[in-house]
Design a protein around this ligand. Structure first.
Ligand SMILES: Cc1cc2nc3c(=O)[nH]c(=O)nc-3n(C[C@H](O)[C@H](O)[C@H](O)COP(=O)(O)OP(=O)(O)OC[C@H]3O[C@@H](n4cnc5c(N)ncnc54)[C@H](O)[C@@H]3O)c2cc1C
Length: 134
């Protein structure tokens, strides 16, 4: 099982399949989107040059080819190292033989009006909407 659909870790399931691993591969991420590229969030997407479809790192066909159990929009909420299981926000439990944790960092959100955070696709779309002339 691998957590979080970010670029470097997204390559890992593909590598495992290429190496001949034919067991179950589960990818858990708390965002609702297929893996996407983050750098354009603060560049091409924000300036309006690209839309969100441009950011996608894999097509649905790529994902089908990997035979992944893809759990999007699902946060991992706990880890039981002894029983080798990850708890998910939907109250299910995911057993694992091998685990990659790639949860990145969480930005510190400042209180008050006018402070924006730009980390996710949703952040970027909100900011772009806010910057657009009414
Ligand atoms: C706006 C922006 C611009 C950037 N521009 C550049 C650039 O120009 N050049 C460059 O080299 N890099 C750039 N980066 C950085 C780069 O794209 C990647 O974000 C970085 O390399 C990987 O970040 P990370 O390891 O923190 O993981 P993240 O990218 O943060 O991915 C972690 C994922 O895990 C998910 N997650 C976290 N906790 C849980 C949980 N409990 N359960 C399930 N899922 C969870 C998160 O929602 C997220 O989807 C940029 C990043 C951003 C946000």
């Amino acid at each position: 099982m691998s957590s979080a659909p970010r670029p470097p870790d997204w390559r890992r399931p593909r590598q495992l399949r290429r190496e001949g691993f034919d067991g179950t591969l589960t990818l858990v991420g708390d965002e609702p989107y297929l893996p996407y590229d983050r750098p354009p969030l603060s560049k091409q997407l924000l300036t309006g040059g690209w839309d969100a479809d441009h950011l996608s790192l894999r097509t649905p066909a790529d994902i089908d080819a990997l035979d992944l159990d893809l759990r999007l929009d699902t946060a991992a909420t706990g880890l039981d190292l002894e029983d080798r299981a990850v708890a998910l926000a939907d109250c299910s439990t995911l057993p694992y033989d091998g685990l990659i944790i790639a949860t990145g960092v969480r930005p510190r959100r400042l209180p008050g009006e006018g402070a924006h955070v730009l980390r996710t696709l949703d952040d970027a779309l909100d900011l772009r909407d806010g910057l657009s002339p009414a």
